[in-house]
Design a protein around this ligand. Structure first.
Ligand SMILES: [Zn+2]
Ligand SMILES: [Zn+2]
Length: 403
């Protein structure tokens, strides 16, 4: 007979396993087996990771034709996210050689058997969220943690010039001129939305927005601190502002990112290099602390400090994902006594079909900023330069654009 505690812990293990997208674990589920030779359709240029913490290598690779339920997209833009860097630097392990990139937009060029959502020629956003729509997690609006497996999970659609399998990083492989993904991973775009701005919707924007609207269910009038003002953090800032937060305190180690946060709706910006952030947040809230702290970076120090900024009844929302092995600690008695919560937020718990359409509409109405998130545009050949800019913390989002 198992005790209640044992049963609870089993349940937690199950959840953490299912939620692990970042992942060595997720990647391990992708077999390094290429599809049969006859299924390969086109040769495309891609940036391949052959060695962790080394520059990506531009190669001609072969991309499979779309199978049943799959779609081939010619990419027009692919943004560099911190997750791509963490993978390429070996922070999350996983198999190589691999093609990363998971924040993209382009035009559908071919659809596989049974695809009903799009036709060739449609402009789309391409995401890493692959979902069945019917499993237990999809049924409760948690498609980012879909439990189903797909043909693309077992067989990568990418192989190199020698016929060796290349991992389709983060289920997308968007540092390439074209991708093959499951139809659930794409969302149609109305005409006229620029591809480079639309690409950002695939990860950074839905993650920052969803953390506020879906994970936190932030009530109007809340006080908020956002730790980290990069591509995800600025979207948490603009979501909190749009949803009626009374105070949005942006914290970053870069003064330029603090300035950007103010332009995205923050009421205050704290430079953590020159000001102690916990004290500053307490000062700005008359000693109460804030109702929500959104940690959007992967730095351990940011997680460690977040609890001390929290008001009674408040919640820390964990959005950024540190490298494997990073741990933080908190006082559970204090958390219980203060009715505080810790909330994990993977991809902003997004429902991509609903959320991306809403965000496009807000962008078209001028209510949210997307163009301003782009720091630089690069050709695929210059991808290592684009990634170095992100590593140095200079860029909000650097975007690879395809001619
Ligand atoms: Zn991302
Ligand atoms: Zn599912």
């Amino acid at each position: 007979m198992k005790t209640r505690w044992e049963l609870n812990y089993e349940h937690l293990d199950f959840l953490s396993d299912c939620n692990d997208v970042r992942s060595g674990n997720d990647l391990a589920r992708f077999a390094m087996r290429a599809r049969h030779l006859s299924t390969y359709g086109v040769s495309v240029k891609a940036a391949v990771c052959r060695e962790f913490a080394a520059p990506l290598v531009i190669e001609d690779v072969e991309l499979a034709n779309p199978g049943p339920g799959e779609v081939q997209i010619s990419l027009r833009a692919s943004a560099v996210c911190h997750s791509d860097i963490t993978y390429a630097d070996g922070g999350w392990g996983g198999q190589i050689p691999a093609v990363y990139g998971h924040e993209a937009a382009g035009i559908v060029t071919e659809v596989g058997a049974g695809v009903t959502r799009v036709v060739a020629g449609a402009p789309v956003v391409v995401t890493l969220v692959r979902s069945c729509g019917t499993c237990a997690n999809c049924a409760r609006q948690l498609s980012v943690s879909c439990e189903a497996s797909f043909a693309l999970d077992a067989q990568t659609p990418l192989r190199d010039a020698h016929g060796n399998a290349l991992l389709q990083g983060m289920r997308t492989g968007a540092f390439a001129e074209a991708v093959v993904v499951h139809e659930s991973q794409i969302v149609g775009l109305p005409p006229g939305v620029p591809f480079d701005s639309a690409a950002l919707l695939a990860c950074g924007v839905i993650t920052g927005f969803g953390a506020v609207t879906r994970t936190a269910h932030m009530p109007r009038g809340s006080t908020v601190a956002v730790v980290g003002c990069g591509g995800v953090g600025l979207n948490a800032v603009q979501a909190a502002s749009l949803e009626g937060a009374e105070q949005v305190i942006a914290i970053d180690t870069s003064a330029a990112k603090g300035d950007a946060a103010i332009s995205f709706g923050a009421t205050h910006a704290i430079n953590a290099m020159t000001t102690e952030p916990v004290e500053a947040v307490r000062d700005l809230t008359c000693g109460r602390g804030v109702d929500f702290v959104f940690v959007t970076v992967g730095a351990k120090s940011a997680f460690d400090q977040s609890y001390a900024m929290l008001a009674k009844g408040g919640a820390v929302v964990l959005v950024g994902m540190p490298a494997n092995g990073a741990l933080t600690s908190f006082d559970p008695g204090e958390l219980a006594n203060n009715s505080q919560r810790l909330l994990g937020s993977k991809m902003g718990a997004a429902n991509i079909a609903v959320d991306i359409q809403r965000l496009v509409s807000l962008y078209q109405q001028g209510k949210i900023k997307l163009d301003e998130l782009i720091s630089g545009k690069f050709a695929l050949a210059d991808i290592n330069e684009a990634m170095d800019g992100v590593r140095r913390g200079e860029a909000l989002r650097n975007v690879i654009v395809f001619p």
